[in-house]
Design a protein around this ligand. Structure first.
Ligand code: SF4
Length: 335
């Protein structure tokens, strides 16, 4: 995998998906979506060309690439492969469901030089998977991940937090289980309540407790270190902000355009709490972090500084750049 490679995204709405994941609105909005065709692929590459992007990775997103009709898969893959010769596309990536990984499906992806396969694991707890209508088990994810890696693809795993039946501990367990599958990267998507979904109906009827932004921030601040300790790169945290989501499509749940930043800020807050708890009787403290971490340590609208000042009864708390190893906090001054 080349992490810095530019991505040309092509969304493949799975209009005929037989599953009914509670958080997904694809079936309900299918009338508003048009299927992806080879022309969609050529247009996406042309857009990238206009923007001066070359050597990019073309990514078929949408959740279930290998579950669509095989002829349709081939048409999309061969349209993308036409752009290998010009150098505009250097690699392909698809995302799909764990239970739609078979040796035949992977052989087709290999034929068209797909490099990366993303699997929507979502949870490794079978109860959560069942309540979320995923239609596959944790064991299916283990088997698919193994097959993908053994076939020589880069593996990316996606997980969700805040699904029905998940108290938070199931998400921590999921993170540990996914890390054990040694993917090249993970995406973490806290549940967002989209309109026109079964989750929206459950929430409206009081049968689902919303996974708030605060719930997601505090839980993901525990999940991120699990992946970091295992050396697994976190390539996305939270849904990509969009006009639709910000404009009301997200009726509730953990949607915030700066969710990732808030999670990392929370992790730094925890480190500062540990550093400050040993300074008994201090009234004024200056903490030092690597220059590039000052902003995340301070928090949005100085929220970490305010929180820590209140919690430790400090008159003043300053955060300063310092020559310290990345990830560490030094107490520069205390009075
Ligand atoms: S998220 Fe679930 S329901 Fe939606 S397209 Fe994917 S498999 Fe189908």
């Amino acid at each position: 995998m080349t992490p810095k490679r530019r991505i040309i995204p092509v969304f493949v709405p799975h209009l005929g998906c037989p599953n009914d994941c509670v958080f997904c609105n694809q079936r309900k909005i299918s009338g508003r979506l048009s299927p992806a065709t080879p022309e969609t692929v050529h247009e996406a590459v042309a857009e990238a060309r206009k923007a001066g992007v070359t050597g990019a990775e073309l990514a078929f997103y949408g959740g279930s690439f290998t579950a669509i009709d095989r002829a349709e898969q081939e048409a999309l893959l061969s349209a993308a492969a036409e752009h290998f010769a010009t150098g505009e596309v250097a690699a392909l990536r698809v995302s799909t469901r764990p239970d739609r990984i078979t040796p035949e499906a992977l052989a087709l992806l290999k034929k068209y030089r797909v490099e990366t396969v993303e699997l929507g694991a979502q949870s490794m707890d079978d109860g959560v998977l069942r309540l979320s209508g995923r239609g596959h088990t944790a064991e299916a994810t283990r088997g698919a991940a193994k097959m993908v890696k053994e076939s020589g693809f880069s593996l990316i795993l996606q997980m969700m937090t805040g699904l029905p039946g998940d108290s938070g501990e199931e998400s921590i367990y999921t993170a540990r289980e996914l890390a054990a599958l040694a993917p090249e990267g993970v995406r973490i998507y806290p549940a967002v309540i989209l309109r026109d979904t079964p989750l929206y109906e459950l929430w409206r009827r009081g049968k689902y407790r919303e996974h708030t932004v605060e719930d997601a921030v505090s839980l993901c601040a525990r999940i991120v270190p699990v992946f970091e300790a295992a050396g697994v790169k976190i390539i996305r945290l939270g849904l990509n902000p969009s006009d639709e989501l910000s404009g009301g499509e997200a009726a509730g749940g953990a949607y915030h355009p700066a969710l990732g930043e808030m999670v990392y800020s929370r992790i730094w807050r925890g480190k500062a709490e540990a550093a400050l708890s040993s300074l008994v009787g201090a009234e004024s403290v200056t903490l030092g972090v690597k220059a590039s971490r000052v902003s995340v340590m301070t928090g949005q609208k100085r929220c970490n500084v305010e929180y820590l000042r209140d919690k430790f009864g400090l008159k003043e708390l300053k955060i300063r750049p310092a020559e310290v190893p990345d990830g560490e906090i030094a107490v520069l001054e205390r009075h």
